[in-house]
Design a protein around this ligand. Structure first.
Ligand SMILES: CCCCCCC/C=C/C(=O)SCCNC(=O)CCNC(=O)[C@H](O)C(C)(C)COP(=O)(O)OP(=O)(O)OC[C@H]1O[C@@H](n2cnc3c(N)ncnc32)[C@H](O)[C@@H]1OP(=O)(O)O
Ligand SMILES: NC(=O)C1=CN([C@@H]2O[C@H](COP(=O)(O)OP(=O)(O)OC[C@H]3O[C@@H](n4cnc5c(N)ncnc54)[C@H](OP(=O)(O)O)[C@@H]3O)[C@@H](O)[C@H]2O)C=CC1
Length: 291
């Protein structure tokens, strides 16, 4: 995937940057861009084959070696040990992109406690653990930049009760960490992608993808965003060009969040199965109970 960046190609020469969820989608695209700009990139994710494939692509496209580690960011011990292993191999970590995340769209009434906790741990606890370990194991002494990936669902979004709560939490964590870590020269920001035509979106069932495609008409810029349009914002926030920006969240959404655009139709609990064919009935009696 040859990548043409708008930034100068030595922007991150000598820098080491971690990208969680670097094996696909926005994370993969970001990792490519950072490597193309001279960074040594460290990829994290759960599936080794995906990470290896991206490391291979980066080597082919840029000639640079990318490190990769399998790590479930919800596992505190694994995160601590993985960050320690990274610091063993590199002198310092200059940036962290907390990108790993995801959810299963589901009406609130259909989410089990396990499902809720899975999504909260993936999109909130995991990002916190990564940031804390990277900070405490070295960035507190060297300074650096952390960029958290969230999503602007502040106005509420049907189907995204668990994920919206986690992203709002991560947005607030971003601000507190920015305040607490400023004295150590660590900047913390977030980007909030809107509807991005990422390979992650491709994992959603066909019917859901069609729904998302129709949403392009509701985006004021009249299209879905590109992975590279998210990674360029991340790149700038990681760079010294953003040296006086901290505690901020940038929406990358073609102005979609200004209009309170709903992701999915409101669930009709009385007359149909919400998101037909998509959710699993984790609480089978919920429809009956709501009647
Ligand atoms: C203008 C603003 C617009 C903002 C829009 C924001 C749009 C966001 C888009 C994206 O994020 S794009 C793509 C991101 N990628 C994904 O979402 C990947 C797909 N999702 C997942 O892999 C998972 O949902 C996960 C949470 C990220 C990881 O799950 P994990 O593999 O750890 O868990 P599972 O073992 O699959 O499940 C655990 C637990 O969760 C419940 N559950 C899972 N799936 C469903 C479901 N479809 N329906 C109901 N419940 C579900 C369930 O309790 C599972 O437990 P068990 O049943 O296995 O006991
Ligand atoms: N695409 C969009 O429109 C939007 C996306 N976002 C967010 O942007 C981020 C990137 O999304 P996108 O590229 O589209 O989706 P992808 O599904 O392609 O990327 C998510 C990545 O996160 C990794 N991941 C998930 N759970 C864990 C975990 N517990 N530990 C470590 N890694 C994990 C996955 O790798 P593996 O399976 O190997 O673990 C995967 O590579 C996500 O947080 C997403 O929710 C936000 C708003 C909109």
């Amino acid at each position: 995937m040859p990548y043409r960046s708008v930034f100068r190609d030595d922007l991150f020469a000598g820098k080491t940057l971690i990208v969680t969820g670097g094996g696909s989608g926005i994370g993969r695209c970001t990792a490519h861009e950072l490597a193309a700009l001279g960074a040594r990139v460290v990829l994290l994710g759960r599936k080794e084959d995906k990470l290896k494939a991206v490391a291979d692509e980066i080597r082919e496209d840029t000639g640079r070696e990318a490190l990769f580690f399998t790590c479930d960011i919800r596992d505190e011990d694994k995160v601590r040990d993985t960050v320690a292993a990274i610091y063993k191999q590199v002198q310092q970590v200059d940036g962290l992109v907390n990108n790993a995340g995801g959810q299963f769209p589901s009406p609130v009434a259909m989410i089990s406690q396990k499902g809720w906790e899975t999504v909260i741990r993936t999109n909130l606890t995991g990002g916190f653990l990564m940031a804390r370990e990277v900070f405490m194991q070295g960035m507190n002494k060297t300074g650096g930049s952390i960029v958290n990936i969230v999503a602007d669902m502040w106005g509420g979004m049907p189907g995204m009760g668990h994920s919206g709560a986690a992203r709002a939490g991560m947005d607030n964590f971003t601000k507190t960490a920015a305040l607490e870590w400023a004295c150590a020269g660590v900047r913390v920001n977030a980007v909030a992608p809107g509807w991005i035509a990422s390979s992650g979106m491709d994992t959603y069932p066909e019917g859901m993808q069609q729904t998302i495609k129709t949403l392009r008409g509701a985006v004021p810029l009249k299209r879905l965003g590109l992975e590279a349009e998210v990674s360029s914002a991340i790149t700038f926030l990681l760079s010294d060009g953003a040296a006086f920006i901290s505690g901020d969240t940038w929406r990358i959404d073609g102005a979609a969040s200004q209009g309170n655009v709903a992701m999915f139709p409101l669930p009709d609990h009385k007359n149909s199965k919400p998101y037909d064919g998509f959710h699993r009935a984790v609480t089978p009696n919920v429809l009956k109970d709501l009647d």
